[in-house]
Design a protein around this ligand. Structure first.
Ligand code: PEP
Length: 254
């Protein structure tokens, strides 16, 4: 089973419209091949539309633009939130769900992620669903329990068929934004566990087809060994995605 590598940048709360435009114009020509892998950028909600139109201005490159969060309702009295339909309306086609910063800083639960996931699939957005253990979980030997619970909770209600439209990201919380990367063995072990678990929750065929990205301090100098692992199908990249040269280097290694 060949799974097309997917490299996605997560800009978090960085880059205004002008900075997003400058990045995209610089980044696109640095990518060697747009066929070999999919590439996405999760930008601030305020620059979604500008990012989409900048990609179109540069040419016909399949650079995917997405959001970093969404609400499950189409509209309503939810101050500060954006809906899947609003994201769709900007021309963006991807959304990150359940990022550990959302879980830890904003109290997002697996149940919320499941609702958001259902809404994202309804709008035809490509969801990147994040799971991962904290350092405390790992040190107390609970990594696989935590991952199993997150997969059960976040993917509740997902059918075998719709699993094919979902991208998963394994992001050990202790490796995000810390400069500490999981070893290739730790990352491959967790990815293999996730795929094994999915093959019981869904069908083995669906589990075999789903892409599982690694996230946690991925940089040009550690990306290759991670991406070479059999169950690692790409990367979700925070810090290193803010620099077009770094991100393009990682894409060109994938
Ligand atoms: C992330 O934000 O999803 C992430 C993995 O960040 P970093 O690459 O900076 O660790």
């Amino acid at each position: 089973m060949t799974r097309k590598p997917f490299i996605a940048g997560n800009w978090k709360m960085y880059k205004n419209g002008q900075q997003a435009q400058d990045f995209i114009r610089q980044f696109i020509p640095l990518v060697n091949s747009w066929e070999a892998h999919q590439v996405g950028l999760a930008v601030s909600a305020t620059v979604l539309k500008e990012a989409v139109s900048t990609v179109a201005t540069v040419g016909s490159f399949p650079l995917i633009i997405g959001a970093q969060n969404m609400h499950w309702e189409i509209e309503g009295a939810f101050t500060g939130e954006i809906s899947g339909s609003m994201i769709k309306g900007t021309g963006a086609t991807m959304v990150i769900l359940g990022h550990s910063e959302r879980r830890q800083l904003f109290g997002e639960t697996d149940e919320w992620v499941a609702r958001k996931l259902a809404a994202a699939l309804d709008y035809g957005l490509t969801p990147i669903v994040c799971v991962g253990e904290t350092l405390q979980d790992r040190e107390s030997g609970r990594t696989f329990n935590v991952l199993a619970n997150q997969l059960t909770g976040c993917l509740a209600g997902v059918s075998d068929h719709s699993l094919g439209s979902i991208v998963l990201a394994y992001e050990p919380v202790w490796a995000i934004g810390t400069g500490v990367t999981a070893t290739v063995e730790q990352a491959q072990e967790a990815h293999a566990f996730i795929r094994g678990r999915l093959s019981r929750q869904f069908s083995p065929q669906a589990a075999e087809a789903v892409r599982i990205l690694y996230g946690g301090s991925v940089k040009p100098d550690n990306a290759k060994s991670l991406l070479d692992q059999s169950d690692i199908d790409g990367a979700l990249i925070g810090g290193a995605s803010l620099d077009p040269v770094s991100l393009a280097k990682i894409v060109n290694l994938a």
